[in-house]
Design a protein around this ligand. Structure first.
Ligand code: FEO
Length: 403
């Protein structure tokens, strides 16, 4: 099932994207709510298409465009970002509108040329743009804003000057499939945006703060933000920019996140005892079993926490495989302003805690408390040590919070 009707989001500006109801895995990032790929058609004296959709959905996008205009009449195609969820249908649109000018950033041109050789991109009429460059459509003017590392080097945004609409590609998106198009029509939009930010944009806080400064320097009057994923911000556009600033500054609340996996329950017992001790000190705590919770939400919880406890049983002298995979994942996301504590259990020989310590140190994260491990099962004296660790983590969570 898909939405086959375009949606006029402002006079002469149409959403011609698609809803991917069955998306559950976006190159490894779990998307339990599905997703959308948003493309926008602007009908003025000239006709412009902003971004496209993932290749398997090209027909859906073309059906929407054809309800509004003859695709051969498109004058300009703007590619804000090379990644294939947005550029995948460029070959189709460029076949329909071979004389259209394809506007992109310098790195965008390089990336598109690298990806679409076999689609005849040598014959596409590229025009490279940089921040502040403008193109007139007649009554409307497009201004381009480079958004380097939000989240790729080529990323760019397009601003509709007269309408005050920022077409922000990946930035300010959410992965959620819905037949609604606007933020005030759905629930949990800010939480979905936070999950998206944590998993896609968290490594780029410094660049995001520069980008927000750039928006201020450009002195533009944003009235709507239309990203390439999820719903359009027509109500919460200021709030989402403000929250991007908070997330980019790694503002953390006094919260302890306990992440773990377990084989026969010993590490889980430790995790529960640590969590109970934190809770007894009136500090918020969240428990996330790595095989029972989706990692994209766990990473969002991690972004908001000031202390992270990670537990693993020993398996084959090392970490349990999910813990190893999760540490690899967050090493790349590089969350800032966290204090870590490691714990685990073992049978005939340890290894998990030492392996986790090595991984955390390699990532240059901060271990705040001496690690804790138990042999076989945690008995009362071990549980007492878990509780003591939990009390200290509660204090640490308050000290390390900066929100
Ligand atoms: Fe939505 Fe970077 O692609």
């Amino acid at each position: 099932m898909n939405d086959i009707e375009p949606v006029e989001i402002a006079p002469g500006i149409y959403w011609v994207g698609v809803v991917d109801w069955n998306l559950r895995d976006f190159h490894g990032y779990e998307t339990p709510k599905g997703g959308t790929y948003n493309a926008y058609l602007i009908v003025d004296e000239k006709i412009a298409l902003i971004d496209t959709v993932k290749a398997p959905f090209a027909d859906e996008m073309m059906k929407k465009i054809k309800q509004i205009v003859d695709p051969s009449k498109i004058d300009l195609v703007i590619s804000n970002h090379v990644e294939m969820d947005h550029s995948g249908s460029l070959p189709v649109i460029m076949e329909h509108a071979p004389n259209a000018t394809l506007i992109t950033s310098s790195k965008g041109r390089s990336g598109l040329s690298g990806h679409y050789m076999e689609s005849g991109c040598d014959s596409w009429n590229f025009q490279e743009v940089k921040t502040g460059d403008t193109v007139s459509l007649g009554k409307r003017t497009l201004m381009f804003i480079e958004a380097t590392m939000l989240h790729w080097p080529d990323s760019m945004h397009t601003y509709l000057m007269e309408d005050g609409i920022l077409l922000s590609n990946d930035a300010f998106g959410q992965h959620v499939a819905t037949s609604k198009r606007f933020d005030d029509e759905v629930e949990d939009v800010m939480e979905d945006a936070a999950i998206y930010y944590a998993n896609i944009l968290m490594p780029f806080g410094a660049q995001i703060l520069k980008y927000i400064d750039k928006l201020k320097d450009l002195d533009i009057n944003i009235k709507m933000i239309a990203p390439a994923h999820g719903v359009i911000w027509r109500k919460g556009f200021s709030q989402i920019i403000e929250n991007y600033g908070k997330w980019a500054r790694a503002e953390a609340t006094p919260k302890v996140l306990v992440i773990y996996d377990t084989m026969w329950g010993s590490t889980e017992r430790m995790a529960m005892e640590i969590a109970d001790a934190v809770r007894s000190k009136d500090v918020e705590v969240r428990l996330r079993h790595l095989r029972k919770n989706d990692w994209s939400m766990t990473v969002k919880e991690l972004m908001e926490a000031s202390v992270v406890a990670i537990g693993s049983p020993t398996m084959n002298n090392g970490m349990f495989f999910t813990v190893s995979g999760f540490l690899t994942y967050i090493k790349g996301l590089h969350p800032k302003n966290k204090k870590y504590f490691l714990f685990g259990s073992y049978g005939w020989g340890g290894g998990a805690v030492k392996a986790m310590e090595k991984e955390i140190e390699t990532a240059k994260f901060t271990i705040a408390e001496e690690s804790l491990q138990v042999k076989f099962k945690p008995y009362e004296d071990d549980l007492e040590k878990c509780r003591a660790a939990g009390y200290r983590l509660a204090e640490l969570a308050k000290e390390n919070a900066n929100a």
